[in-house]
Design a protein around this ligand. Structure first.
Ligand code: ZN
Length: 305
């Protein structure tokens, strides 16, 4: 939820993903490479905005993942980010508010997604944040995130839905949105990724978790020097890509369903509803989706236009 940096001006404000032209119009936001056989590399490419996630970027990322899944030559997907930071989170300057003029694909087949009210806003966040994360967590091919620099709020969501995470030594993982009067990010995996006690500290204080601590908590798989991050992740992908694809898909499903049997899916769903109660509360109390009192001196969060 925490965007910063200038708005990218390279795409039209009336972008309409329903018109079938999104690949051409948004390709600069996401780069796709096939560095070698069996491997797709997908790169967040909005470094001037610290890879803040706006709607076109998220849909372009979904398109890139879809192409990698549809390509039988691809066995493993790398998610990387251009610039010094992995992602500063959701782009608050281009919110999901209807007044932004953005279009939604309606992948959830929920007509509320077009309504300018509380349930409509929840439907939009459910499609774009919760829904895409759920879809990406369950992609049938292994995914590896390579994270450098700051990984803030919505950035955590992108890293967490990948199967493996390799962190550069300078990586920092931060969820500051409780200060904005909201109960953490929409993909509420903190207790699953860090354990309940550390998750509470992260959420209560907004303090960063550095790469070494993330490793000690099992939140990331490896910590490597910044200059070798991409090569290290590529080497992991290379070794995984030698395994039979059907076995990789099966074992991924087995692990994810183990989490779901433990309650992860239901817990994240419930946390999403609680998240929207905080948005609703803030709308009643402050006329905006966040509480400006928790961030003194900061600009109001997600102003309603
Ligand atoms: Zn939200």
């Amino acid at each position: 939820m925490m965007g910063e940096g200038p708005i990218h001006l390279g795409h039209p404000p009336s972008y309409d993903a329903c018109q079938g032209t999104e690949i051409e119009m948004t390709s600069h936001l996401i780069l796709e490479e096939r560095p070698e056989g069996g491997i797709a590399r997908v790169i967040l490419n909005r470094p001037e905005a610290r890879n803040a996630q706006n709607l076109p970027l998220l849909y372009a990322l979904d398109d890139a993942f879809s192409r990698a899944m549809a390509d039988p030559a691809v066995r493993v997907v790398l998610l990387e980010a251009a610039g010094p930071d992995f992602s500063s989170g959701h782009d608050l300057r281009q919110s999901l508010d209807m007044a932004e003029g953005a279009s939604f694909r309606g992948a959830s087949h929920n007509d509320l997604v077009h309504e300018p009210n509380g349930l409509g806003y929840m439907a939009r966040e459910e499609e774009v944040y919760l829904g895409l994360c759920r879809k990406w967590r369950d992609l049938p091919k292994p995914t590896i995130a390579a994270v450098q620099g700051r990984c803030i709020a919505g950035g955590l969501m992108l890293a967490w839905v990948c199967d493996l995470i390799v962190a550069a030594e300078d990586a920092l993982f931060i969820d500051p949105v409780v200060a904005m009067g909201v109960s953490g990010v929409e993909w509420f995996a903190h207790p699953w990724e860090l354990g309940a006690r550390k998750a509470k500290e992260m959420l209560f204080t907004g303090d960063a978790i550095d790469a070494r601590e993330a490793l000690s908590r099992g939140m990331v798989n490896h910590v490597v020097p910044r200059h070798s991050l991409s090569d290290f992740a590529l080497d992991m992908a290379r070794r995984i890509a030698t395994r039979p694809p059907h076995a990789l898909a099966a074992v991924k499903k087995a692990v994810n369903e183990t989490l779901d049997i433990q309650g992860q899916r239901t817990a994240i769903e419930l946390a999403f509803r609680i998240h929207h109660l905080t948005h609703y509360h803030n709308m009643q109390q402050h006329g905006m989706l966040g509480d400006p009192s928790g961030t003194p001196g900061a600009k109001p969060v997600l102003p309603r236009k």
